[in-house]
Design a binder for this molecule. Structure first.
Ligand code: F3S
Length: 421
């Protein structure tokens, strides 16, 4: 890769060991991907929880880290400042209600240590997978380095900003250096449609948008889908669509002609590409996705989980309309996940109290999948789980072996009140 003078100095170690190692790894990564140079970035979204985990992004990598290794790393990284606006994906625990979530004091302390180091580095501890709604919202054409598949696809498709599908490591290196290898989604020609998805059925609610996303990701894989005959969506629907595409698929972008910024028309969406294939999403295809994601759905439900990706204030308002004046059944939990800034707004608007009065929980800073996999948190009973999110329906079953109900938000709330399907 061609490096400028400053980048060469960093590579030679003149700006310290952390930046030198970040540059070594980013050069290796860029070389492997065929990049010839770096491009400056204005936005990063990273995974930054647990200093011992962050430390593993740097050498020594071939042995367990000692306490001294981690203490030394903490001191070194605390002296570095990130270059672009940098936010953090969900962590492991609600920083206020960690006890209620079944987490341990050690996990909470580790999370607070991360927040302290992040603050010194200039990283915003948003702990949310919807960075674009909590302060990190790049505009058309900005180059970025984001991790989190559901956020990456939103960044490219809806914001028109440009990021490849970055890992925990590469997004952190890019945040520290303010650059990313210029390849893939940073070039116009790689942002054009490759497959057409012809929507021939009603898309009525959030879970339908998720079902369409699952179908699309399964069919298109790493391609860029272009949707035809799709009604105008709202933000929450786009969030479900993008998150679900990347459950079976691995794509960084889609186009909806007349809606997404790089596709004023279907011709503009494809550019000089001819669609490799057209897939029809009809009632039968939709039913097939529901049948696949519903796995022994009938019976008592232990946990109803909403807020994947994190719930917006608008979703919380809708959930409150459905649950106000009612109670979640004994033996069933209703968990809604969001960001701490959205919970603060929800509390202020009275939604927090409605949720509390119903016996539900509005948790923040985390994600249902991670705490029980990566920490000794006490897992709630999850023999059968209900959700309106494709990503959760797929991942909870795979991670925990739960029986699953997948369906509309309203139906999920009815299940929480009744206690089962
Ligand atoms: Fe967000 Fe976790 Fe879902 S990171 S997209 S709530 S799986």
């Amino acid at each position: 890769m061609r490096l400028n003078e400053e980048q060469k100095q960093i590579l030679d170690g003149e700006k310290g060991k952390i930046l030198q190692q970040a540059m070594i790894d980013l050069v290796n990564y860029g070389t492997a991907m065929g990049a010839e140079e770096f491009v400056p970035i204005t936005s990063a979204h990273i995974s930054f929880w647990g200093i011992s985990k962050v430390a593993r992004c740097f050498p020594p990598r071939c042995r367990e880290l000692t306490e001294k290794d981690i203490a030394d790393f903490k001191e070194s990284i605390s002296s570095v400042r990130v270059k672009p606006i940098t936010t953090i994906n969900p962590g492991l625990v609600d920083l206020e209600k960690w006890r209620e979530m079944g987490s341990t004091e050690a996990t909470y302390n580790a999370a607070m240590e991360t927040v302290e180091v992040a603050r010194k580095c200039g990283i915003l501890s948003t702990f949310s997978c919807i960075p674009y709604l909590v302060g990190n919202s790049p505009t058309m054409g900005e180059h970025c380095s984001w991790c989190e598949t559901s956020a990456i696809i939103y960044c490219n498709s809806i914001l028109g900003a440009r990021t490849n599908r970055e890992s925990h490591e590469t997004s952190l290196y890019s945040a520290l250096l303010g650059i990313t290898p210029k390849y893939g989604m940073h070039f116009d020609e790689n942002r054009k449609g490759t497959h057409l998805i012809d929507v021939q059925c009603e898309i009525e609610n959030l879970s339908d948008w998720g079902a369409l996303g699952y179908f699309t990701g399964y069919k298109v894989g790493v391609g860029i889908p272009v949707f035809a005959n799709l009604k105008r969506p709202i933000v929450e629907e786009l969030m479900q669509l993008g998150a679900a595409i990347n459950v079976p698929g691995s794509t960084a972008m889609y186009h909806i002609p007349g809606v997404t910024p790089e596709a004023p028309t279907i011709e503009a969406a494809f550019g000089t590409n001819t669609p490799k294939q057209t897939y029809v999403f009809d009632e039968a295809a939709k039913r097939e996705v529901y049948e696949y994601l519903n796995y022994e759905p009938e019976g008592k439900v232990d946990l109803v989980f909403l807020g994947c990706p994190h719930a917006t204030l608008y979703q919380i308002r809708d959930i409150c309309r459905m649950i106000e004046g009612k109670r979640v059944a004994k033996g069933t939990r209703l968990w809604i996940m969001t960001s701490h800034s959205i919970r603060a707004s929800a509390d202020r608007l009275g939604y927090g109290q409605i949720i509390k009065d119903s016996g539900s929980e509005l948790y923040v800073d985390g994600c249902l999948l991670m705490p029980f996999i990566y920490t000794p948190a006490k897992r709630p009973k999850m023999d059968r789980v209900a959700t309106d999110s494709v990503k959760q329906a797929f991942s909870v079953r795979r991670s925990y072996g739960s029986k699953m109900f997948f369906g509309d938000t309203e139906r999920c709330i009815e299940i929480a009140i009744k206690g089962g399907v």
